[in-house]
Design a protein around this ligand. Structure first.
Ligand code: PNS
Length: 191
């Protein structure tokens, strides 16, 4: 979150501003980590809101996922880069190992997570507390999912699409286009 220490005092119009003081005391880098297999409109909403809250937001794909993904990390990276292109303070990366170690290596002090429903809470709480135990200096910040997207998950998007359902409005159009070429493999393997 932005810290605007020198602006804590209320100034009136006409007040002299001391330009020798730095305007901003510290900048904050946040990491939004996940599988993003594939990115959904729920993820995108969180990225957009995170980009407004933090000076820099790194969207990072977990590499050493145990379950077999539909899209390779490189493909997910390409899709993410395309959809976040309009946000100048958002970058896309990937990581393996502990998320908090990766965050520290990227000089990030915040882990951004979304909560869709109460069913997300327990898993998120466990992760946040474990991450805090590992590196107390890194805070997890939760945003409530936009109600329009609170029922969307990557798993459901893949399932609905593979069974012939309409996913317009659930994931960016480029995801739908890529899934069209990939879904035979997905349906076959039951990912
Ligand atoms: O969106 P997802 O797929 O639920 O994201 C899960 C993710 C990537 C945030 C989590 O699995 C993770 O942080 N993995 C990295 C390994 C790690 O740090 N494990 C300890 C977390 S408490």
């Amino acid at each position: 979150m932005r810290r605007w220490g020198v602006f804590a005092r209320i100034s009136k119009p006409g007040d002299k501003v001391n330009t020798s003081q730095p305007r901003k005391i510290a900048s904050t880098t946040a990491i939004y980590a996940g599988s993003f297999d594939p990115i959904t409109n729920g993820h995108l909403d969180l990225i957009q809101r995170g980009s407004r809250l933090f000076d820099r937001l790194i969207v990072s794909i977990l590499r050493n996922e145990r379950k077999e993904p539909l899209f390779a990390v490189e493909e997910r990276t390409e899709m993410l880069r395309e959809v976040v292109g309009e946000y100048p303070n958002v970058e896309v990366d990937s990581f393996d190992g502990l998320l908090v170690d990766y965050a520290a290596a990227r000089s990030a002090t915040v882990l951004l997570r979304g909560i869709r429903a109460i069913s997300d809470y327990e898993y998120e709480l466990q992760m946040a507390l474990m991450n805090r135990r590992l590196r107390p200096e890194i805070e997890t910040v939760f945003l409530m999912a936009n109600e329009a997207y609170s029922f969307i998950s990557s798993r459901l998007v893949k399932e609905v699409f593979s069974l012939g359902g309409d996913i317009a409005g659930l994931a960016p159009p480029l995801v739908e286009a890529r899934m069209r070429g990939r879904i035979a493999k997905f349906a076959h393997k039951g990912a």
